[in-house]
Design a protein around this ligand. Structure first.
Ligand code: MN
Length: 178
């Protein structure tokens, strides 16, 4: 996680800053940049996605995380996705079946929860990507995220993620995204 944060995430951040410096994107919020992105702008697509996705990833994990969600997000999971077990199955499937590098997402779209995945550093807020919602939980399934600990065993890494999800943070982001 330290290497992932200090090298991979830091790399996306400095490359994003270099790509937008002196352009009209420089003073915009990252959410605005991604939702109005010109998808042919590869430097901002890859590094802006990389910056945002990892920023979300760190914040939705906690050493005291895991367990069952509570509050509004728990009710919304039951209402929109069937049950917590159904959510876990859908999210795990999205993470395990994303071919090559990418992310699995829990998003809010038009007030409802949806699970989807995206390739590379694409983010569902970008035009035409994934479910097109606002991501409130994301799992990095690039090999750099798990190879040091899990080698080729992506499913073990995906299963372990459920032990560290910070549901308080996901709940906060759920309410903000409504
Ligand atoms: Mn990563």
């Amino acid at each position: 996680m330290e290497i992932h944060h200090d090298r991979h995430h830091a790399g996306y951040t400095s490359k994003l800053n270099a790509a937008i410096e002196g352009t009209d994107l420089a003073d915009k919020a990252i959410g605005d940049i991604l939702s109005n992105l010109d998808m042919s702008n590869k430097a901002v697509r890859n590094n802006g996605g990389g910056y945002y996705n990892h920023d979300l990833f760190w914040k939705v994990m906690s050493p005291n995380g895991g367990g069952n969600p509570t509050g509004d997000i728990a009710k919304a999971i039951d209402a929109d996705l069937g049950s917590f077990e159904d959510f876990k199955e859908a999210f795990s499937n999205a993470a395990k079946t994303q071919f090559g590098s990418g992310w699995a997402w829990l998003c809010v779209k038009h007030g409802k929860l949806e699970v989807c995945s995206s390739a590379n550093q694409d983010n569902p807020m970008m035009p035409g990507i994934g479910c097109g919602g606002t991501p409130i939980l994301g799992l990095d399934v690039w090999e750099h995220a798990y190879y040091l600990n899990y080698q080729n065993k992506r499913p073990d890494y995906v299963n372990a993620f459920f032990n560290v999800i910070n549901w308080d943070e996901v709940n906060k982001r759920y309410k903000d995204a409504l």
